[in-house]
Design a protein around this ligand. Structure first.
Ligand code: AVI
Length: 316
């Protein structure tokens, strides 16, 4: 649960800034989690199915690339556990091959963890699960007290929601925790044409629009604001040369919004934007730039049949 005072401070900072911004971090309350689940089912949102195909068809090859000693117990740590739809294929392949391991899903949301733990316990009664609730880094610090060999999963292109500098710092911190030869499985969306990427962030059913609007509803609910969502538009864009998709909320008229908890108003011009999300797409060069100085290197790369998405095995 995010402290409301942090939310309040971030909203104040972002809406006072020129140009205005809000962090996509705040999309994910209960309503936002549900909308994101729906997004993943939209035909336009190719990311989930592309990575799912890799896990369905290439789990054995992923495991080979992990290069785990079969005689030693290891820990499989998943950062941002999600719904387990993809991971279950990897877990099944590991269990079928009689690897000895503990699955450690990590998530900020206790609800997400309870759902995934129940689901995996039902699917795999023999699986050892030890879920950990909290911020990735705090939990990583605690988990790395154990000296068991580790494989870390960070899939779903969640790295893409970080600005490059933040992503670089994140990869660096993970690397500091890993020992020589330990692996990070990093799932990222690849750079491709606008005709494919943009609809993923502008689905025809309007679910992604509602996901973006939920941020305004959330500010209304939690901070006593009077955003009129009908006076904003969901405005995504994608630049193929950069490989970056961005989402904005565009004010359709000149208006003022009052936030009770801040006891102040914010002015919006007609067509003024609030930047709400970045969804970066990658290639080897961009990833290698992020990895520079981290001691992590690309060991392997697994693609889906359309070559939309990549699961990289990074090794220290
Ligand atoms: C979670 N993350 C990888 C999603 C993405 O594609 O950037 C979040 C999302 N935003 C809009 N649609 C999906």
């Amino acid at each position: 649960m995010i402290e409301n005072s942090t939310f309040l401070k971030d909203v104040n900072e972002g809406l006072s800034h020129h140009p205005k911004y809000l962090s996509s971090h705040y999309f994910y309350d209960k309503a936002g989690d549900e909308l994101f689940q729906k997004i993943m089912e939209m035909p336009e949102y190719y990311l989930t199915n592309s990575e799912l195909e890799i896990f369905k068809k290439q789990s054995e090859a992923l495991i080979q690339s992990f290069d785990i000693n079969p005689n030693e117990e290891f820990e499989l740590i998943e950062l941002g556990a999600g719904d387990g739809k993809k991971t279950k294929y990897l877990l099944k392949a590991l269990l079928d091959r009689k690897f000895r391991f503990k699955y450690i899903p990590v998530d900020i949301s206790q609800n997400t963890l309870s759902v995934i733990t129940d689901k995996m316990e039902n699917l795999f009664p023999d699986l050892q699960i030890d879920s950990r609730q909290g911020d990735y880094f705090q939990v990583l610090d605690e988990l790395f007290i154990s000296t068991k060999p580790k494989v870390i999963l960070f899939i779903g292109s969640s790295l893409g929601n970080m600005q490059d500098e933040i992503a670089k710092g994140f990869l660096n911190k993970i690397s500091k925790h890993l020992k020589q030869n330990e692996k990070l499985l990093l799932g990222v969306d690849l750079i491709k044409s606008e005709e494919i990427v943009l609809p993923a962030y502008h689905d025809s059913a309007g679910i992604t629009r509602d996901f973006n609007f939920n941020l305004l509803h959330r500010i209304n609910r939690e901070l006593g604001a009077d955003f009129k969502v009908e006076h904003f538009e969901h405005a995504p864009e994608y630049t193929e040369t950069e490989g970056i998709a961005k989402s904005y909320l565009k004010s359709t008229k000149k208006q003022a919004v009052y936030i009770k908890e801040l006891a102040r108003s914010f002015e919006f011009d007609e067509n003024e934007l609030i930047h709400t999300e970045i969804s970066r797409k990658y290639n080897d060069e961009i990833l290698n730039n992020l990895l520079e100085g981290s001691q992590l290197e690309i060991k392997d790369k697994f693609l889906d049949s359309k070559e939309y998405f990549a699961d990289y095995i990074l090794e220290k």
